[in-house]
Design a protein around this ligand. Structure first.
Ligand code: SF4
Length: 528
């Protein structure tokens, strides 16, 4: 990015983040309105074939019962668009408080076919090349039917023109969204929501910040839909989502969120609600923005410069408090390492203020962040700690982590701390599984398959394995995975090394062995 543009965006980000939540316009998604002063809305997506309308309706009911009132369904073709009419009619009969969203990636005719049926249409600008004719027609149809529009940019599925110009970067994602937002503004259409998802939390946070800044600089207030894609399942999936989404909610950015998990969709809702709830109790009166020019960069990763003490600081990987050796403990006691304990209800601001003060006084000691949580619930601890500590490591501001809880064993709190470092990409201590949540395109039993793959490969520390339900979006969206296991056809899998398909259409029962063989042939296998 050229220096002038960077400076404009950096200044805009500083002005857009204030003790108030970011100002956004209201967008009506059928019975649910988001943005403005509304609470952050939570949402999910069905993972059944959209043409199995009964199964979809049943799943929508379960998502709603869990508290999710915006539900998205894959709508990849005209047949699925027709099914959406059936689903929408039934949902409106049963639950007037639930909004339906059609997820249309590629085909303008499909968006056009559902725009008068659903409450919101999601398009991916990377796949939707025609900003003129078909996009203008879609906007017109949305306007006429009071249908909202989501411009959903995904890292890994930018248009070739954007990749040529900006690379597969946050800047490319932002420019891709801005083209369509400017077109909406020119057409005087304001019922627009935007997302900038990635499975890489750093890319995701940087892209959303840059987009917030770019919109602010051009006087736009469209609300933001936040999410980390392909976050996986279990505690790791929850932590990864909380790190990415929490990093933005901490700065008052975000109007609706989806926690994507490779689990039953209704499981996503309580996690999303817990995250929203955690931030809604935070006093914004004490909010402090990072002094970005002084200590780090809001749009790309930098590590705060410190003089190392033992294995802490400098370019060393971050350590857990419990890993400190006797010399490092002595350095801590003698205050050659700073232990920053946050006790208040906005720990991110406390830590930012303390680190900025250190920087201003020329204090280059390494920093360990500490907070003690009053909980005996491991999942609550994981979510809250991830939402607090994650952004500090995404911003490269800390050298060590100390998560403590009154009712959780320290060994379990340490496991959570390691998962937070992994999710923030600060330290890889296990295999990274980048697995999609599944949707109407999924070609195999995703949950069981992920469990099998995890059982075989979980010991391969540092490797990133993509497990994706379909070949249409999977290869792009598994982003920087080292290997990919991707549904190619019903019962058949293609294996990827990086972005390259190296084995195609293997019967599924042979695919996991073939993946192990591939990793062995590349010399990256270790025995468990
Ligand atoms: S990778 Fe394919 S199956 Fe998985 S969520 Fe994305 S579109 Fe659906």
């Amino acid at each position: 990015m050229d220096a002038t543009r960077y400076e404009t965006l950096r200044r805009a980000w500083n002005e857009a983040t204030t003790p108030q939540r970011r100002k956004s316009s209201e967008v009506r998604i059928g019975p649910v309105t988001i943005g403005g002063e509304r609470p952050v809305a939570v949402q999910s997506m069905t993972d059944r074939n959209t043409n199995d309308t009964e199964a979809c309706i049943e799943q929508i009911g379960r998502i709603r019962a869990a508290g999710g009132h915006i539900v998205r369904l894959t709508t990849q073709g005209l047949r699925e668009a027709a099914s959406m009419h059936t689903i929408a009619a039934e949902v409106r009969k049963r639950w007037i408080d639930t909004a339906l969203v059609a997820d249309v990636h590629f085909v303008p005719q499909v968006a056009d076919a559902v725009a008068d049926t659903v409450d919101k249409v999601r398009i991916n600008p990377g796949n939707y090349n025609d900003r003129g004719g078909s996009f203008a027609a879609l906007v017109d149809k949305c306007r006429k039917n009071s249908t909202a529009l989501r411009i959903g940019v995904n890292h890994g599925s930018l248009s070739p023109a954007m990749v040529d110009r900006y690379g597969d970067t946050p800047e490319g994602m932002v420019e891709s969204a801005m083209e369509f937002l400017r077109a909406c503004r020119d057409m005087n259409f304001d019922q627009v929501v935007i997302s900038m998802k990635s499975s890489n939390t750093r890319v995701m946070v940087h892209a959303y910040r840059m987009l917030t800044a770019a919109m602010y600089a051009e006087g736009m207030e469209y609300p933001l839909h936040l999410g980390v894609t392909e976050a996986g399942n279990g505690i790791e999936g929850r932590i990864k989502s909380a790190v990415g989404i929490g990093a933005l909610l901490a700065d008052g950015v975000g109007d609706t969120i989806r926690v994507s998990l490779t689990e039953a969709p209704e499981n996503e809702i309580p996690v999303a609600k817990a995250l929203v709830n955690y931030f809604s109790h935070r006093s914004r009166a004490t909010y402090v923005r990072t002094a970005y020019t002084e200590v780090c960069d809001p749009f790309s990763y930098t590590r705060r410069q410190t003089i190392p003490e033992g294995r802490l600081g400098g370019n060393n990987i971050p350590l857990l408090y419990s890993e400190l050796n006797s010399d490092e403990m002595a350095a801590l006691t003698e205050c050659r390492i700073a232990l920053l304990t946050a006790n208040g209800n906005d720990p991110v601001s406390e830590w930012r203020r303390a680190i900025t003060d250190m920087q201003r006084s020329g204090d280059t000691r390494p920093v360990i962040l500490h907070r003690r949580y009053d909980t005996c619930n491991t999942e609550a601890l994981a979510l809250e700690a991830a939402a607090d500590f994650g952004v500090m490591f995404i911003d490269g501001l800390a050298d060590g982590i100390y998560v403590e809880a009154t009712g959780v064993q320290q060994s379990d709190a340490d496991t959570i701390a390691l998962d937070i470092l992994q999710a923030a990409r600060a330290r890889m201590s296990k295999t990274e599984f980048i697995s999609c949540p599944g949707c109407g395109r999924t070609l195999y039993a995703l949950h069981d398959t992920l469990a099998m793959i995890k059982e075989r490969l979980s010991h391969l520390r540092g490797l990133k394995i993509g497990v994706m339900g379909c070949i249409v979006n999977g290869p792009g969206e598994m982003a920087d995975a080292d290997y990919g296991y991707v549904g190619a056809a019903p019962g058949h899998i293609s294996l990827y090394r990086g972005r390259e398909a190296v084995r195609r259409n293997i019967p599924q029962e042979k695919a996991l062995d073939a993946l192990v063989e591939l990793i062995k042939a590349d010399g990256r296998w270790v025995e468990p």
